[in-house]
Design a protein around this ligand. Structure first.
Ligand code: BDP
Length: 685
């Protein structure tokens, strides 16, 4: 096995299950729509793989064991009077029932896409060895917008991509639709993802040209039966670049007219086009501020063009300006919060999970809960730009659970991030590598993203269990250790990269490996020293009233907590506080000693994962096993590199001895500083 099949492996079930399952899938009924055919196709594929035969499609229920697929209005389903209405357009119901005296399983939705989701759930029951008797399952997504963001350039370079080239083979489109696009759609539909932004937020206007739209159309056709809408990124200056307009000022009628005509054109080509995503006035991208207009004025102009077609405009809040000397943590809030209520109804403001940038750990973004009149999307990064790329094993489920369960206290206690958002966007980790995600375990992050988007109240551990069983088999002797590895993995990365609330200490540009000493970059907030502020006296970023007061952007209850060094969760200690090296951590150790203990804890955790994996040799298929073994060895070495380089640097400022029992770094600081990473995929610059 290569990993290509993801969590949809459909391996044969053990003999004791086969008969039981086969009796419940003797044949099936389904209507003819494209989505129904996709659902039926998946059922057949799953049954063929797991049970070893091709179930027949019949016009009627001809015996026990039929699987009846259909919508509320299907002739076989309507008479059952199932409680479908409350499940919405995308929900589904799986129920054991009796039709014409025969025992059947009904998989029903209000719309066909619900049936498709239901089929994936039904197959998962088999994949995870659940009984198929007495079923009464109903489910529906809690969030409407569940989209992937591909940071894919038109030349197939994937910004922050660690899984090879973009899977969009633009040169061969629209003439050739690679079957991989269908597999991509299947995988996404299996976890309920219902949209995909095909292009990088650092956008290229060319994708809006007619010859490119023809290619986009071809992809939209593949995805449509799977309930997945296509979106594109819009470069704000496109009217200038594509049509020679003198300006892209959103209040200029010619500009608004240009966008309206362009959007009309897109909808003529792709009638169910999802909409546009914009990164404006951020890291060099053009935007409304170039014309002294607000983000709302820029967004609304595009939203007005999309509205007649039912399209959505996603506008990113990831802004921090070169000319703004204020704490980067505060800038998005300062710019966007006052605009609450000023956006059109079809605008979604897309906010990263934390205020800085996808660090291994950040407190939740203060905008969540602070814009009650504006629907917000939470943006997370599935690709692991700041967590060791694809070679470090880090299951992001616990990170997303932590962000989603954070209490915004806006307007009151209990209003978690999960409760205030309308959707989730995930920066995809997908590429043309055989295993899709650059590593076997990074598939789990794609999977978990979909599950959290479907249900932001979900828990990371059961998701890991499902994924492990579907991806590695149902033997508890295998899944037990795998889930344990996964659940501890992100904390391990935090410990060996950015313990105790540190952040943004990665090497320049590619962000691979440690660079806590870096201080020479053009903008202050690009330098790690800006973030840790370590000196002879102490370490940490004072974001309380004595510092930048970023804590005050949170609701008063949250702010009081974060700003109080005694109450702030220790995981955010140095995010909000600058403290002396001698400060007492909750363990009773000094801050300096605690830091060292955390680095070592992180390295030890990786050594532990490596041992757990070695013990699984022979219990999982050899090719995937060997790949994971190799990656864990890389991670073990690099966790050590992070630990040693970080300690060598911080010791050069703190001038403190290491606590007893903790080894000195293997080399002098200069040795780590001199390391030139020979090749690390980066930002393409
Ligand atoms: C940063 C990445 C950069 C992205 C940017 C963004 O380093 O490549 O363009 O985020 O989200 O994390 O726009």
């Amino acid at each position: 096995e290569t990993g290509y099949d993801l969590w949809l492996r459909y391996q044969p079930v053990e003999a004791q299950w086969r008969e039981r399952y086969a009796a419940r899938v003797t044949h099936f009924t389904a209507a003819d729509g494209p989505t129904m055919l996709a659902a039926a196709g998946e059922l057949r594929r799953g049954v063929a793989g797991m049970l070893g035969y091709d179930p027949a499609r019949r016009e009627a229920v001809t015996g026990d064991g039929a699987v009846v697929l259909g919508t509320a209005t299907s002739p076989l389903i309507a008479p059952l009077g199932l409680p479908l209405t409350r499940l919405g357009a995308e929900g589904y119901l799986i129920r054991s029932a009796v039709i014409q005296g025969k025992r059947v399983t009904v998989i029903a939705g209000n719309e066909e896409v619900g049936v498709l989701y239901g089929v994936f759930r039904f197959l998962k029951l088999i994949q995870t060895r659940q009984p198929l008797d007495g079923l009464d399952i109903s489910d529906a997504p809690k969030l409407r917008v569940r989209v992937l963001n591909h940071w894919d350039n038109l030349d197939r370079y994937v910004e922050r991509g660690y899984a090879g080239q973009s899977i969009w083979d633009w040169q061969k489109l629209p003439g050739h639709k690679d079957p991989r696009y269908t597999d991509y759609a299947r995988a996404n539909a299996s976890i309920g993802i219902n949209g995909t932004v095909l292009t990088n937020v650092n956008a290229n206007a060319d994708v809006l040209r007619p010859e490119w739209l023809a290619k986009v159309k071809a992809l939209a056709e593949v995805f449509r039966p799977y309930g997945i809408k296509v979106y594109l990124t819009a470069r704000f200056s496109a009217p200038i670049e594509l049509s020679g307009l003198k300006t892209a000022d959103p209040l200029d009628p010619q500009v608004a007219h240009w966008w309206k005509a362009k959007v009309d054109e897109i909808y003529r080509v792709i009638p169910d086009f999802g909409g546009l995503l914009v990164k404006a006035n951020s890291e060099g991208q053009p935007g409304p501020s170039d014309y002294k207009r607000t983000h709302a004025e820029g967004a609304n102009m595009l939203a007005d063009a999309l509205a007649p077609h039912g399209g959505t405009l996603m506008w990113r809040a990831f802004v921090y300006a070169a000319e703004n000397p204020d704490d980067r943590h505060k800038q998005a809030y300062a710019e966007f919060q006052p605009l609450d209520g000023k956006f059109r109804d079809n605008v979604l403001v897309q906010v990263k999970n934390g205020a800085i940038d996808f660090q291994p750990r950040e407190p939740f973004h203060p905008l969540f809960g602070a814009m009650p009149k504006t629907p917000l999307l939470m943006e997370v990064q599935i690709t692991k730009e700041y967590l060791g790329f694809a070679t470090h094993l880090a299951y992001l489920g616990p990170m997303w659970e932590e962000a989603l369960q954070a209490d915004t206290y806006r307007p009151r206690k209990g209003m978690t991030v999960a409760k205030v958002i309308r959707g989730v966007a995930g920066v995809a980790n997908i590429g043309s590598d055989m295993n899709w995600s650059g590593s076997q375990f990074d598939q789990a992050n794609w999977y978990a993203f979909g599950r959290f988007a479907w249900d932001p109240e979900a828990k990371a551990e059961p998701i890991a269990k499902d994924w492990a069983a579907m991806t590695w088999g149902n033997d508890p002797a295998v899944t037990g250790p795998i889930v344990a590895m996964m659940m501890a993995s992100r904390e391990a990365v935090v410990d060996y990269m950015t313990p105790l609330g540190l952040g943004h200490l990665m090497a320049t540009g590619h962000h691979y490996g440690p660079g806590p000493w870096v201080s020479d970059l053009a903008r202050p907030e690009w330098n790690p020293v800006y973030y840790h502020k370590a000196d002879a006296g102490g370490i940490g970023f004072d974001r309380t009233a004595t510092g930048t007061n970023a804590a005050a952007q949170y609701a008063p209850e949250v702010a009081a907590n974060f700003a109080d060094r005694k109450r702030v969760p220790e995981r955010f200690l140095l995010w909000f506080h600058h403290l002396p090296w001698t400060y007492r951590a909750r363990s009773g150790r000094t801050l300096w000693d605690e830091l060292i203990v955390r680095y070592d804890r992180g390295v030890d955790a990786v050594t532990g994962m490596e041992a757990s994996w070695k013990a699984l040799e022979g219990k999982v298929d050899p090719r995937r096993w060997a790949e994971v073994r190799d990656f864990l060895a890389i991670q073990r070495d690099e966790a050590g590199w992070w630990r040693d380089a970080s300690i060598a640097y911080f010791q050069s400022v703190s001038k403190r001895p290491l606590p007893a029992g903790h080894a000195a770094p293997a080399h002098e600081l200069d040795w780590y500083k001199a390391i030139q990473t020979p090749y690390a995929p980066g930002n393409g610059k």
